[in-house]
Every structure is written in structure tokens, then in C-alpha cells.
Design a protein around this ligand. Structure first.
Ligand SMILES: C[S@@+](CC[C@H](N)C(=O)[O-])C[C@H]1O[C@@H](n2cnc3c(N)ncnc32)[C@H](O)[C@@H]1O
Length: 286
């Protein structure tokens, strides 16, 4: 089987920044709520946070790109880092700023800048210890993901780190199987073959286009740039389809913590990497 990035359909899906910005402008405050709405969302927040806690130090200067309303800006601030917040959506940037003030973490933010991850020319080379792009910025840029990765690595200091999470093709099928099987199979096959939800593979869709990764594809894509992939993890696998039961488990601190302990280990197991809606990667620039 050909690696997904070499397949012909992949070339036809082109990134349109205005559509992405409009989509997230309109989503508004729902972006702040996206990781706290259900217990499975909270597990996702905990797994993403776990890796920031494990690798970041409080002296780090961080570029958070695709920061959205700021759930992880708050985490980064709590870890003592200094953050430049960037996003393609002016609406999300405004929300990020007002939520930082409301929750008292605005002093940790050096600046808020409307920026496309494909063009970080506003930032000097090697000026950040860390780039964080959680929540799919590398998925939303479709065919421009190589450029986005090149730009992100350019602004990281040697020895610095990149944290990202992208959408997962099989994890999304796992989570939304009903909806996936409701699509005509010809469309489905184009999406699963290319990993792209784009005007080419799904003409009826108007926005929220993205590239969904396989774990092996993500690893190869990162490694071909010379970075060391220090961690891959699904987000999430064990808890993904158990929301109703988890509401009760959440009330029992001990059980909830045990779930999180198992999730962190299970999600990092090679056999689970494709089973969450997202795949997290932590990479170190040489
Ligand atoms: C799903 S939200 C995630 C927000 C936040 N990082 C989180 O994980 O909760 C994706 C964010 O990425 C931003 N985004 C999408 N494409 C981008 C691009 N090309 N450059 C910068 N930001 C982008 C969107 O505007 C949105 O705020």
C-alpha cells in the first residue's frame, strides 16, 4: 500500500485560509468549551496537559499557534511559561484575550497576534523554546502542512520542542461511526484513502476541511524533517465512548484518577495510537 502522503487525491485538496478563519470566528465561545463539555473531552484535556507538564519548564518562551479561545494558554500560564498567542481567527484571538483577563492569566501572555501557521515570518528564527499547536492547526492547513511544519521548526531554538495534536482518521471513525456510515461509501472511501475532508473528497461540505492523519504517517512526516519524535499518544482511547457512565465515575476522585492513569499509559501504546479523535506528538528539534 502506498503511504497516504503519496496518493493522488492528496494533491487536489487545497488550503483556503479565509474559510478556516471564518469558521472559527463563527464558532466563538464554543472553542473555550470544547474540552470541558463531556467527561471524554476532559480526559482529552488531561492527556494533552500531561505532556506539557512533563516536558516544559517555567523559563520557556512559547509560541502557541492555533491557540483558539485559550484552554491551553491557561495551562501554559499555570506552568509559568511566557506565551505569544497566535491564531488565524481574529474572533478567537479576541476571546483568548478577554478570557485571559477574566481568568487572571493575561500577564503570562507577551502578545496576541493574528497569524497563519503557514507564514510565521513575523517571528525571528530560533526565537522560541517551544511551539505548541494543539487542536488541529496542522490538520486544517491541508496541502500546506509541510510549509506549516517548516515554519514552526524555523522559529524553535536548537534543542527546543514542538507539541502538536492533529485529527486522527481511524479515531474519528471510531468516535463517529454512525455518522461515517451514513455517508455514501464512495465519499467515505475517498476520505479514508486520502485522509482529507476537502472540497475534492466531500463536495457537499462548505467548511471545516481538514487532513486526518494515521499515526505512522504522522511519525514519518515529522521524522523526515530530522526532528526526534519523543512521544506519540492518542487522545483518547479508553474513555471515548463511555460518556454517560463517566459522569458518575467523575464524582469519585479515586476512580477518575485511576481512569486518567490508565488512559495516559494506554493512549501511548503503539496499538492505541489511531484510536482517539486526535493524535498528540511531542518532538525535539536537533
Ligand atoms: C480546534 S481549535 C483548537 C484551539 C486550542 N488550541 C485547543 O486545543 O483548544 C483550532 C484553532 O486553530 C486555529 N487555526 C486553524 N488553522 C490555522 C492556521 N492556519 N494558522 C493559525 N491558526 C489556525 C483556529 O482558528 C482555531 O482557533
Amino acid at each position: 500500500m502506498q503511504p497516504p502522503q503519496n496518493r493522488s487525491l492528496d494533491k487536489l485538496s487545497s488550503y483556503q485560509p479565509a474559510i478556516v478563519a471564518k469558521y472559527f470566528d463563527e464558532l466563538g465561545i464554543r472553542e473555550w468549551e470544547r474540552l470541558t463539555q463531556t467527561p471524554a473531552d476532559e480526559v482529552s484535556l488531561a492527556i494533552h496537559t500531561h505532556y506539557l507538564k512533563e516536558y516544559l519548564s517555567n523559563s520557556d518562551r512559547v509560541l502557541e499557534i492555533g491557540a483558539g479561545a485559550g484552554r491551553f494558554t491557561q495551562v501554559l500560564a499555570n506552568l509559568g511559561t511566557k506565551i505569544v498567542v497566535a491564531d488565524i481567527s481574529s474572533g478567537q484571538l479576541e476571546l483568548n484575550k478577554s478570557l485571559a483577563v477574566e481568568h487572571g492569566f493575561e500577564d503570562s501572555v507577551e502578545d496576541w497576534q493574528q497569524t497563519d501557521i503557514c507564514d510565521l515570518s513575523g517571528f525571528e528564527a530560533e526565537s522560541f523554546d517551544v511551539v505548541v499547536a494543539y487542536g488541529g492547526a496542522f490538520s486544517y492547513v491541508l496541502d500546506k502542512r509541510d510549509l506549516a511544519l517548516q515554519e514552526s521548526l524555523r522559529v524553535i531554538k536548537p534543542g527546543g520542542m514542538l507539541f502538536l495534536s492533529v485529527m486522527s482518521i481511524w479515531g474519528t471513525v471510531h468516535r463517529y461511526l454512525d455518522g461515517v456510515l451514513a455517508l455514501p461509501s464512495a465519499i467515505n472511501q475517498k476520505i479514508t484513502e486520502s485522509g482529507d475532508i476537502s472540497p475534492t473528497t466531500f463536495p457537499a461540505r462548505q467548511d471545516n476541511f481538514m487532513h486526518l492523519f494515521r499515526a505512522t504517517e504522522l511519525r514519518q512526516w515529522l521524522e523526515q524533517t530530522g526532528v526526534k519524535v519523543v512521544q506519540l499518544s492518542a487522545s483518547n482511547c479508553l474513555s471515548l465512548l463511555w460518556d454517560r457512565q463517566l459522569e458518575k465515575i467523575k464524582q469519585d476522585r479515586e476512580k477518575w484518577n485511576e481512569l486518567l492513569r490508565m488512559e495516559i499509559e494506554a493512549c501511548a501504546d503503539e496499538g492505541s495510537l489511531n484510536m482517539g479523535t486526535h493524535i498528540i506528538a511531542v518532538a525535539r528539534k536537533p
